[in-house]
Design a binder for this molecule. Structure first.
Ligand code: MN
Length: 214
């Protein structure tokens, strides 16, 4: 079955004023839509790979035929990353986390504010396009990592608990070149309930989050 663009779980305007309507529309329909389209096109000549989830492909990129490896890395990564991104945001959200994710952040970074500062700094320092993540090891330990382009932490053996998209397409219409401002505002739409679900999946031994294509 072909990979599919998941519908946004809320209206294009739902994350206003943090993320503007036009950015959401272009970002979801055009950018994410293109990742899905190009991933499917690359897999056309490899029927045996079509039954694999995008996550499975990213977990072992060396097993992907060389002629489509870069496309799978970029567009499969784009599909998985954005599927996560829409879900870990919601309107009227943000605030301090609670539950197990709050506990592990406190344990690892001392307190939530220090964690936010480190996460924002890391996101601000990504040169060019990429992502900033809170990623987990199979042991349940967590760390802030950044990835270039659409690379997924899954390809490094890490579980992407949540991440923020720092490509210019994610913020430029509203924030222009002020990426740090976007990074700070973004916390107001973070969906801690969904992030707790993902962290619990890691803790329960899942190698990676629920499949993007389902
Ligand atoms: Mn994006």
């Amino acid at each position: 079955m072909a990979h599919e663009l998941p519908p946004l779980p809320y209206d294009y305007s739902a994350l206003e004023p943090v993320i503007d309507t036009q950015t959401m529309k272009l970002h979801h329909d055009m950018h994410h839509g293109t990742y899905v389209k190009n991933l499917n096109a690359a897999l056309e000549k490899y029927p045996s790979l079509q039954s694999k989830s995008a996550e499975e492909l990213l977990r072992d990129l060396n097993a992907v035929p060389e002629d489509i490896r870069t496309t799978v890395r970029n567009h499969g990564g784009g599909h998985v990353n954005h599927t996560m991104f829409w879900k870990i945001m919601k309107p009227k959200a943000g605030g301090d986390p609670s539950g197990p994710i709050a506990d592990v952040i406190k344990k690892t970074f001392g307190n939530f504010k220090d964690f936010q500062t480190k996460f924002n700094d890391a996101g601000g320092k990504v040169f060019g396009s990429g992502w900033v993540w809170l990623a987990g090891k199979p042991s349940g330990e967590v760390q802030i990592v950044t990835t270039p382009n659409q690379d997924s932490p899954i390809s490094q053996g890490l579980f992407p608990i949540f991440g923020n998209d720092v490509w210019e397409h994610a913020y430029y219409l509203k924030y222009n070149n002020r990426r740090p401002e976007y990074l700070v505002a973004w916390w107001n739409v973070v969906n801690w309930e969904e992030i707790n679900k993902r962290y619990k999946a890691l803790k329960s031994g899942q190698r990676e989050p629920a499949l993007a294509s389902r």
